[in-house]
Design a protein around this ligand. Structure first.
Ligand SMILES: *Cc1c(COP(=O)(O)O)cnc(C)c1O
Length: 358
């Protein structure tokens, strides 16, 4: 029997994906020229599908790139000349901050203690801040920054643009498009697809900023700047030869999500998360890492393993259940369990059942 992957990305493929891969091979999609009319159909299906499942305004630009990590770099490059301000509460938000430094910006930050929510009142955001950067779901430690908090900060700083990393929560997140100018994700998390495709969604304010920066002579990148991607997007194309196969799969999975209903897709992880947190709350040793229920991640559940994560991980692996170790420094002291749309209620109950027997 094939194992079930509860790893936080790459993870279990969404159940329909295997058939779509077969269909794609049947239609020779990997050989289709990326300047052909047929490819343009794939582009449009993927972009429209993403706008729909993310409930984004129809004028939102949808750009395709290599990964979530690439999206971090493009975001900072195109949306800030110097001053970005970062809400850092784990490894991925830290990486976004570091990317801004490496690009020669002057990023500032507020840092939350591991597993703790931000005290927004302590964020010292200056008037020169051009870009506010949030990580909606910090995959490294399983904590979320609720969208309401992000909307509130935007209201207090209307002149700054807002970028949100929704890599491990999209499309199971209600993005406030009145507050958010840029949201990005990759597809190997909640979309249940093979890795190797990143998506950035931006509005006109973000495009305008990229234009101003370019006119000032600030580098906004080469083939993957917002401006060069928009130029190709107008023709339903990409600057380079893209990951056509995964773009096709993304369009298909977005169709599936819409058939089921996006509200149901968003609701199910919450129900499964409640079961997992109940289990860990009641566990004598493996307690949830994040104490405050309100900010516990719905899609990546992190529990403490003070006696080491390895024995638990390997015992579950023997049962065909692959869960993740802690991230980086927490590799041995935590486990992480992905709770994505690909993980059915039945799979989750099976996992809980096997964990209870250990
Ligand atoms: C996985 C992840 C990334 C990195 O995405 P890649 O596609 O692996 O480059 C960035 N941010 C968050 C929150 C993630 O979970």
């Amino acid at each position: 029997m094939k194992p079930i992957f509860f790893t936080p990305g790459p993870s279990q493929l969404y159940p329909t994906v295997e058939n779509y891969i077969h269909d794609a091979l049947e239609k020779s999609i990997p050989s289709w020229p990326h300047r052909s009319e047929d490819f343009k159909g794939i582009f449009r299906d993927a972009a429209d599908g993403v706008r729909k499942v993310m409930d984004a305004p129809k004028e939102t630009h949808v750009f395709f790139l290599g990964s979530g990590t690439e999206a971090m770099e493009r975001t900072v490059q195109n949306m800030a000349e110097k001053r970005s301000f970062h809400f850092v509460n784990g490894s991925f938000s830290k990486r976004l901050f570091k990317t801004a430094s490496q690009l020669g910006k002057q990023p500032e930050k507020i840092e939350a203690s591991p597993g703790q929510p931000f005290d927004f009142s302590k964020a010292n955001i200056s008037n020169e801040t051009e870009l506010l950067c949030f990580t909606h779901n910090e995959t490294s430690v399983g904590i979320k920054t609720p969208m309401e908090g992000i909307s509130k900060i935007k209201k207090e700083h209307p002149h700054a643009l807002v970028a949100v990393d929704v890599v491990s929560s999209a499309p199971c997140v209600d993005v406030d498009w009145d507050a958010v100018d840029c949201a990005f994700f990759s597809v190997q998390k909640c979309f249940g697809l093979p890795a190797g495709l990143g998506v950035i969604m931006v509005n006109e304010s973000a495009m305008q900023k990229a234009k101003v920066l370019q006119e000032k002579g600030v580098s906004i990148g080469s083939f993957h700047s917002f401006l060069s991607m928009a130029e190709e997007e107008a023709k339903s194309q990409t600057p380079e030869t893209p990951n056509v196969l995964t773009m096709y799969l993304l369009g298909k999975v977005c169709e599936d999500f819409q058939k089921i209903g996006i509200d149901a897709i968003k609701k199910e992880p919450k129900e499964k998360a409640a079961l997992l947190y109940d289990y860990f709350d009641a566990h004598p040793v493996h307690k949830p890492f994040v104490d405050e229920a309100e900010v516990r991640s719905d899609t990546v559940i992190v529990a403490k393993t003070p006696q080491g994560s390895k024995p638990l991980i390997s015992k579950l692996k023997e049962k065909g259940l692959v869960i993740g170790a802690g991230y980086s420094d927490y590799k041995d002291s935590q486990i992480r369990i992905a709770n994505f749309p690909a993980h059915g209620m039945k799979d989750m109950k099976h996992l809980l059942d096997e964990m209870s027997k250990l």
